[in-house]
Design a protein around this ligand. Structure first.
Ligand SMILES: [Zn+2]
Length: 446
């Protein structure tokens, strides 16, 4: 019987994702959707038994590493440039088709797994299943549905209604609604329940904690009873602390975390996913795309205060995850999934190898697949990126798709040479305005 499913990658330098030093000339054997052997045993395995010789791919001079795992990517949002666009210009059926189109860009950017914590309608769980069923080509996916919010809202100000759903928000007004919404989302396939623990009120600085500790416990207990994890958006020390106390499994942002919050995280075992990428892109590159916000200052102060505590948490053993917040106009799909790792190197002082671990091995925590994905080891899923150059000396090359030579996702070879997916906007997808400024009498009578 010919063994068409076996492939031997020969001669590459392996960065295995565990943080171990790169190993030159290390063979890797893939059988079906698994890595079955690494190192000398990979070569031995090709001659042992009744197997025919595997297909050999010469990867000499190239780096072999795990596919990137993005622990925070909103694949259903469709790159809106504003909350207006996101909340009022997304119709369910076309949003699903757009998400199925965009997910292929993640794959082409070396992303073989990702967690989509929340998004529009129930598209996330449906897309996850379509990918797994072989209907849509994309990375392995874990997905939430709507983000739970109290009526105070999240980061979209007064666009959040007093009840029901809007955009990616589901407003829960009472303990009973919190239980019901959690159970309904789980029934409809959510892998995680997302809580927007802090929100912004127009005219008030920063974000406020808009959930009580007791309310957070209602959602965590309901989800955990059904074996489902809870993830939370927290901008503020008290929100981070209360989320950890309530049992939230992954805390996003953890901005301005203090000692009490870090203590609670240690006690609960939560993982941290700071998701600096959106702010960093806005602060460092925003002017190139006409962004008007004063994000430079926000980013600087957030990096100074939050970055120091995130680094402390990391040094004390809290699992750190790399999430890109891809899905907005400042973080379009397929461009910035590596960026959080770069920020960890540049702003937190991690070594490139340590940063790679946050975007590979630790990503398995986001996927709830620890020991299954994220490393180049025998028995792991065959999610493998092969590229030119050495990301352990220059992490930034992970953003340069031109260097990518091969990609396997669940053991399937992905054709990287095809042209990048391009499309035109759909009717009604983008908001339009009547004018950039008011047409005053003075303007036409200078
Ligand atoms: Zn997000």
């Amino acid at each position: 019987m010919s063994d068409m499913t076996r492939t031997l990658l020969q001669g590459g330098e392996v960065i295995d994702g565990t943080g171990a030093a790169p190993r030159p000339g290390t063979p890797v054997l893939i059988d079906g959707d698994r890595i079955v052997a690494v190192g000398e045993s990979a070569v031995a395995a090709t001659t042992a038994g009744e197997h025919e010789a595997p297909a050999v791919v010469d990867v000499a001079g190239l780096t072999v590493m795990p596919g990137i795992i993005d622990s925070h990517c909103h694949v259903t949002l469709g790159e809106p440039a504003s909350n207006d666009e996101l909340f009022y210009h997304r119709e369910p059926a076309s949003a699903a088709l757009i998400a199925a189109f965009n997910v292929q860009k993640l794959l082409r950017a070396g992303v073989t797994s990702f967690l989509d914590p929340d998004g529009l309608y129930n598209i996330g769980p449906a897309l996850r299943d379509a990918i797994a069923a072989g209907m849509v080509e994309g990375p392995t996916m874990r997905a939430g549905a709507w983000a739970l919010m109290t009526a105070v809202g999240g980061t979209a100000g007064r666009m959040i209604p007093d009840g029901g759903t809007a955009g990616y928000a589901e407003v829960v007004r009472t303990r009973d609604e919190m239980v019901l919404a959690t159970r309904r989302q789980i029934k409809n396939g959510a892998d995680v329940i997302k809580i927007h623990v802090t929100g912004s009120i127009p005219g008030r600085p920063g974000e406020l904690q808009v959930w009580t500790l007791e309310e957070l416990r209602v959602v965590c207990d309901t989800a955990h009873d059904l074996g489902v994890r809870v993830v939370a958006h927290c901008r503020g020390a008290d929100a981070t602390r209360d989320s950890a106390l309530a049992g939230v499994d992954i805390i996003f942002h953890a901005s301005y975390m203090d000692e009490a919050a870090l203590e609670a995280i240690h006690a609960s075992g939560a993982a941290l996913c700071p998701v600096f990428t959106f702010l960093a892109n806005l602060a460092e590159h925003g002017p190139k795309v006409g962004a008007t916000s004063s994000a430079q200052d926000i980013f600087r102060s957030e990096m100074e205060q939050t970055g120091r505590m995130i680094r402390k948490a990391y040094d004390e053993g809290v699992p750190l995850l790399a999430g890109s917040e891809s899905g907005f106009s400042l973080t379009p799909y397929g461009h910035w999934h590596y960026r959080e790792m770069e920020i960890f190197v540049e702003h937190l002082g991690l070594s490139p190898l340590e940063a790679i671990t946050t975007g590979t091995k630790n990503g398995a925590i986001a996927m709830d697949e620890v020991g299954e994905v994220g490393t180049i080891e025998a028995g792991r899923r065959a999610d493998i990126l092969v590229l030119e150059g050495d990301p352990s000396s220059d992490i930034s090359i992970l953003g340069d798709r031109r260097r990518f030579r091969y990609l396997w996702a669940r053991g399937r070879s992905i054709a990287l040479s095809r042209p990048w997916p391009e499309r035109r906007p759909l009717a009604g997808e983008k908001p339009s305005s009547w004018s950039a400024v008011p047409l005053t009498w003075d303007l036409v009578h200078p």
